[in-house]
Design a protein around this ligand. Structure first.
Ligand SMILES: Nc1ncnc2c1ncn2[C@@H]1O[C@H](COP(=O)(O)OP(=O)(O)OP(=O)(O)O)[C@@H](O)[C@H]1O
Length: 274
């Protein structure tokens, strides 16, 4: 085992080389971030900035560390007891792994949407009102407004406004995924992390989510893991290509897809492997 892995987390000073794409404010800055599951290293020296109000796509073959990376951004990865990390991830200028950092700050500012829609076994209304209620909002009028605004934000309102008290499981898969996005919007996050949000959906539902992502970036910063390179090319502004736990290339999406710098990126995007 690398001796660095013995340490739960060691921050590094803010003196690392900056990635080339830095044309807007960064919401995350990742510096020399490595991660181990027990003695198996899953991420190696990951280093790039994630810009605000952009869609950043994470692509790469199965097992290259995409999900691990996105789950590090909200510290969900720590739920695996054997995890050890080195380096730092700054969110809004603060190291999220610093002992002083309050994880609640991440939980309220960073929402997550998963591969399979996972609504609660509750009504459509309660699914969206749940987070605000946990945050202490009790007035029905305020909750009604949040529910309407969030469902509109997730482009679902028109389809469900007359059936808000019905069970969320009665919605189609694509509607359930948009409900999960509405649930995320209800807590007014800055960032939405999406881990393959359309891989369980049909092409029409996928197109709706892609259109929605484009709209959401006006107000949110979005990081999306996707296996689908066409999707990354269609909807993202920046793309990071991961391979065997390393970031091989990080660039503007149109540059990475039209003129990749690294042969391995070229091989992957042209379907030679993965
Ligand atoms: N909870 C865990 N415990 C141990 N090892 C894990 C765990 N989660 C992931 N790994 C390992 O970490 C590596 C990266 O996995 P990860 O799920 O992040 O890859 P991925 O790129 O998201 O893959 P996929 O596209 O198949 O979802 C893999 O070798 C995987 O086996």
């Amino acid at each position: 085992m690398n001796s660095a892995a013995e340490t739960k987390h060691v921050p590094v000073p803010n003196t690392t080389i900056k990635p080339k794409s830095r044309d807007s404010k960064s919401i995350y800055s990742i510096q020399n971030f490595s991660l181990w599951y027990g003695s198996d290293q899953a991420l190696y020296d990951v280093q790039f900035d994630i810009p605000a109000n952009n869609v950043t796509a994470i692509i790469g073959p199965s097992g290259c560390g995409k999900s691990t990376f996105i789950k590090a951004l909200n510290r969900m990865v720590e739920l695996v007891p054997s995890v050890k990390m080195l380096g730092s991830i700054n969110y809004n200028g603060k190291d999220i792994f610093s002992p002083k950092y309050k994880v609640e700050e991440l939980r309220t500012n960073v929402g997550m949407v998963f591969q399979n829609p996972n609504p609660f076994p509750k009504s459509i209304y309660e699914n969206v009102a749940y987070g605000p209620k946990i945050h202490g909002i009790k007035k029905k009028k305020v909750l009604d407004e949040i529910v309407e605004k969030s469902l509109k934000g997730a482009a679902l309102w028109d389809e469900v406004k007359d059936r808000l008290q019905e069970n969320a499981f009665g919605l189609s898969g694509g509607q359930q995924q948009r409900l999960c996005i509405a649930r995320c919007l209800a807590i007014e996050p800055d960032v939405i992390l999406m881990d393959e949000p359309t891989s369980a959906l049909d092409p029409i539902s996928t197109a709706k989510i892609e259109e929605l992502v484009q709209k959401l970036k006006e107000d949110y910063s979005i990081v999306i893991v996707t296996h689908n390179m066409q999707q990354a090319a269609r909807i993202s502004d920046k793309t990071a290509f991961f391979l065997n736990g390393e970031v091989i290339e990080y660039s503007n999406t149109d540059e990475l897809f039209s003129n990749p710098e690294d042969k391995r990126t070229e091989d992957y995007i042209t379907g030679r492997f993965g």
